[in-house]
Design a protein around this ligand. Structure first.
Ligand code: SF4
Length: 230
């Protein structure tokens, strides 16, 4: 009945799109998973329930942004980083506090993760570092929202040029692997790292093995396995 229709709506509206540039959320993430995304490798689909949860998070973040607008401290919202070859991204807000500019990025999470959060997540800091880099703003704030209780936690992040440049260099190296069809090696924490636990390419990654390998040879191998049914 209605549930099936809504599930279908979510699945249809979250079909994978061709990726040509890195998203800012790719910074510091597993290069192999990003490689598979660029190559349009079929991935394990996310359940409609998960997709609705993401939407719910976006809605809560919008409410927080509205309260910042009401406070009169928002200078810009949903700001894209300047156009360039390698990466695209959109920061949630730039605000002024005590005459200083800050880039603010909102993140929402459930109570269980929120309670355990004592420091900002590394992947969120990476993303914010790149916003600070591109907007040339020295400070940012990561604002975490508990989706279940609306509690907030905030962390100040200072621009770290060395880190931002390293993240961009790593993405440039990864782009060269994508262009030359070299599947990167697995991340060192495989398979216990959180990225592996939530990875939509787990199955193909397992088949590929640990080391870097040639994509065309590997693709031929998996296609022949599929054709022969073993
Ligand atoms: S399973 Fe882990 S190592 Fe393999 S692609 Fe996914 S995140 Fe990367």
């Amino acid at each position: 009945m209605l549930k099936e229709l809504i599930d279908q709506f979510y699945s249809d509206n979250h079909k994978d799109r061709d990726q040509k540039r890195f998203y800012i959320t790719d910074a510091g993430r597993c290069g192999r998973a990003i490689f598979f995304k660029f190559k349009n490798v079929p991935r394990q689909e996310l359940e409609p329930r998960m997709l609705r949860l993401f939407d719910h998070g976006d809605y809560i973040q919008m409410q927080i942004l509205n309260s910042l607008f009401s406070l009169g401290i928002v200078r810009a919202s949903e700001i894209r980083i300047p156009p360039q070859e390698i990466i695209s991204g959109r920061a949630d807000a730039i605000i002024t506090l005590d005459n200083e500019l800050y880039v603010v990025d909102f993140k929402s999470m459930n109570s269980m993760i929120f309670k355990r959060l004592e420091e900002p997540k590394e992947e969120n800091v990476n993303q914010l570092q790149l916003y600070l880099h591109y907007f040339k703003i020295p400070k940012g704030i990561l604002l975490y929202v508990n989706k279940d209780t609306s509690d907030l936690k905030e962390f100040l992040v200072k621009y770290d040029k060395v880190k931002a440049v390293k993240l961009l260099e790593d993405l440039t190296k990864l782009k060269s692997k994508i262009d030359t069809d070299i599947v990167p090696e697995r991340i060192p924490g495989y398979p216990d790292d959180w990225q592996c636990r939530y990875c939509q390419f787990k199955s193909i990654c397992k088949t590929a093995g640990e080391k870097a390998l040639n994509w065309n040879d590997f693709r031929e191998k998996i296609e022949s396995i599929k054709e022969n049914g073993n």
